[in-house]
Design a protein around this ligand. Structure first.
Ligand code: NAG
Ligand code: NAG
Length: 287
């Protein structure tokens, strides 16, 4: 009984461990601890993502703070299941200009991505956050750069880390990026104001918008993102999704879906009868 329950709620790895021999309860518990440690070290089994880091590399960031940003990125990478057919990761830095480091189709292992993050050089120029968001939308999330087709519904996530007030406007371009289906996490450090972060980040802001006092505090967000990206809440159950037919939860977000024979309207919530089907129905009534 106990074993059945354990097998159902754990992965294939656990099944292997448990089926090795007939074990008494205490042995099972010891093995469970091992399995638990094993699971903690491994990436979450969340849905695949197309994930782009958008990193502020402005002058105001001191060298040791820049290292903390790298550490933060590397810690996030630890729980992403990186691979060509799982989560793809891209990264761009920005200052006065956008500096693409690698795109969604450059690497297919965590080791490669980590090395590229370690090798990043601080730009130490301006803070053109709007420009960076525009690049993210128009270039980073294109098929050419490795973003997967929209109909596959692989969440497109941009995580923006910034320490200062943008030198350009962000409101319109961020709204356009969100409208284009990019889910934006906005992380502010220090002097960024909450109003700017909220203008950038996706809804719900409680999941997507975070402000910390300094770069030492940024690591406090790791556990927040781990739970947001590795399942966390079933968003369809916690938000007022207003989907007419079906709501599908995704990491920190959700999307609406229609029943067979219907297509989602541009509002992303309501459904209309498929044109072809409507046509066929028309014919049938005439016959
Ligand atoms: C990814 O999936 C495709 C289609 O299922 C398969 O042909 C390909 O070998 C996979 N690539 C990797 C790197 O696993
Ligand atoms: C960072 O902010 C926290 C919380 O406000 C504070 O306790 C800490 O001293 C700050 N650290 C640095 C290096 O400024």
């Amino acid at each position: 009984m106990l074993q059945d329950f354990i097998i159902v709620s754990f992965s294939a790895a656990a099944l292997q461990v448990l089926s090795m021999s007939n074990m008494c309860v205490s042995q099972v518990l010891i093995q469970l601890k091992v399995v638990h440690i094993f699971l903690q070290k491994n990436p979450c089994e969340a849905t695949p993502l197309d994930f782009v880091f958008v990193i502020d590399s402005s002058r105001s960031i001191r060298p040791n703070d820049y290292e903390k940003v790298k550490t933060f990125i590397i810690q996030i990478l630890q729980f992403l299941d990186i691979g060509h057919n799982s989560t793809r990761v891209g990264l761009l830095q920005y200052g006065s200009v956008v500096e693409p480091e690698f795109s969604l189709n450059t690497y297919n292992s965590r080791a490669q991505v980590e090395q590229a993050v370690r090798d990043m050089k601080h730009l130490a120029t301006g803070t053109m956050t709007g420009l960076a968001i525009q690049y993210t939308m128009e270039v980073a999330f294109t098929k050419k750069q490795g973003a997967r087709a929209v109909h596959l519904h692989i969440p497109r996530i941009a995580m923006i880390v910034t320490d200062g007030r943008p030198q350009d406007t962000v409101e319109e371009v961020a709204a356009a990026a969100r409208q284009a289906g990019i889910q934006i996490f906005a992380i502010g450090v220090g002097r960024v104001d909450m109003k700017t972060l909220k203008a950038i980040g996706s809804e719900p802001h409680s999941e997507h918008v975070h402000l910390v006092a300094n770069f030492s505090q940024i690591e406090t967000l790791i556990s927040v993102f781990r739970s947001a990206l590795c399942g966390g809440d079933e968003m369809c159950e916690v938000v007022d999704h207003q989907c007419q037919h079906i709501c599908v939860s995704s990491p920190a977000s959700f999307r609406c879906k229609c029943k067979k024979g219907f297509t989602l309207n541009s509002d992303g919530k309501t459904c209309k009868v498929d044109a072809i089907l409507a046509c066929k129905k028309g014919k049938q009534t005439r016959m």
